[in-house]
Write a protein that binds this ligand. Structure first.
Ligand code: SAM
Ligand code: FES
Length: 352
């Protein structure tokens, strides 16, 4: 019965909320079959290729106070840092040599990084490496700001919606943060022709299976080019310190459902997945993921961008991370490739 539902999903790329829910509830019976079908689907679109994106965590200053996040403003135990322009460009330079053709600039919502400063950094990366894509992941900004950054050359934007349920959003965030504004930001990014990534944490406090079923409906409706999901992991200096972490098994099953729902989506096997399970990233790939985002930040600051406890790879150099991942991925029968790895459909839509 559940296999039939996976077949239906594989064929029609859509299920009802009740059908998604019953799959999530009975996933032990279909996990392997779902992973096999998801992998087949991904192979049809992307072959045996796994794309890498070099993550540059350029600031851990943040004005927000998301209850789950280790770099939230009120965490005064967090040692703050900002990379200089030169350091950021150096990360991209090292990354380029290592084969990266996409750089993801990620940070807290740090008012120091104005449009002007960011535009200069984006332009410099694009001038030096015209064959590369620049992805931003710097939270909620105005339409005008997203426009300026797009004009400066940013190609993609990751803004996890965090949850499609407004009541749940309010469990995860303080009252001055708004579900509606986050959704509005995603709309603005789409209108500006960014390739957009959304996503959520698996097992975040207050999340139900019904919420997860709704996430799949939301993703189908939103049609993002990328979806970033990873388990919630508590951080000791946040209000959620005592909450339970999300699991690798549920995360990988959801990766399979997402792959079958949005067949050509770019789907990372995240660092958080590799943190809750030593082989999490490999398991993510075998369940339908096709992107890895190793860290290019200088090793001197890696131990400071701690969103959650026990984050992996905080002591490594970029080159070590890439070598390690290449070895790990080869064992799965897949291969890391170095082209930009654009979304296969739709990337030329709405260009400004
Ligand atoms: N400030 C930007 C934003 O809000 O989109 C980007 C940085 S933010 C730290 C990136 C993502 O990390 C968030 O969207 C959230 O889903 C994830 N994250 C934060 N705390 C986490 C935790 N404790 N466990 C797992 N993921 C977490
Ligand atoms: Fe701002 Fe996490 S609270 S990045």
């Amino acid at each position: 019965m559940y296999k039939t539902l996976i077949d239906k999903l594989s064929k029609e790329s859509f299920l009802t909320k009740e059908e998604y829910l019953s799959l999530i509830e009975h996933r032990d019976e279909v996990r392997e079959y779902a992973a096999q079908k998801a992998r087949e689907k991904c192979d049809q679109v992307y072959g045996k290729k796994i794309y890498i994106r070099g993550l540059i965590e350029f600031t851990n200053y943040c004005k927000n106070n998301c209850y789950y996040c280790g770099i939230r403003a009120e965490n005064n135990k967090c040692e703050r840092y900002r990379l200089t322009k030169e350091q950021i460009l150096e990360c991209a330079y090292i990354g380029y040599d290592l084969g990266f053709r996409t750089f993801v600039l990620q940070g807290g919502e740090d008012p120091y990084f104005t449009d002007e400063i960011l535009s200069d950094i984006i332009k410099k990366i694009k001038t030096k490496h015209p064959d590369c894509a620049v992805t931003l992941s710097i939270g909620e900004r105005s339409f005008e700001s997203y426009l300026n950054l797009r004009k400066a050359g940013a190609d993609r934007y990751l803004l996890r919606h965090e949850t499609a349920n407004k009541d749940h959003y309010e469990i995860l965030h303080p009252a001055n943060m708004s579900f509606d504004n986050r959704q509005a930001c995603i709309e603005k990014l789409k209108r500006l022709g960014y390739q957009v990534g959304v996503g959520f944490m698996v097992g975040s406090p207050g999340q139900t299976y019904e919420d997860l079923a709704n996430e799949l409906i939301y993703l189908k409706k939103t049609e993002p080019q990328m979806v970033g999901i990873g388990p919630f992991i508590p951080h000791k200096d946040t209000p959620f310190a005592e909450k339970t972490a999300g699991s690798a098994e549920l995360t990988t099953f959801l990766l399979s459902l997402i792959r079958l729902t949005l067949q050509d989506v770019l789907l990372p096997a995240t660092t958080a997945l590799g943190t809750v399970d030593y082989l999490g990233r490999e398991k993510g790939i075998m369940a339908g993921a096709n992107v890895l985002m190793p860290n290019l930040s200088p090793s001197s600051v890696r131990g400071k961008y701690l969103l959650y406890d026990n984050k992996i790879c905080t002591g490594d150099e970029a080159a070590q991370c890439v070598e390690c991942l290449k070895r790990r991925i080869l064992k799965t029968g897949y291969e890391i490739v170095t082209d930009r790895g654009d979304y296969i459909q739709g990337s030329d839509k709405n260009e400004i």
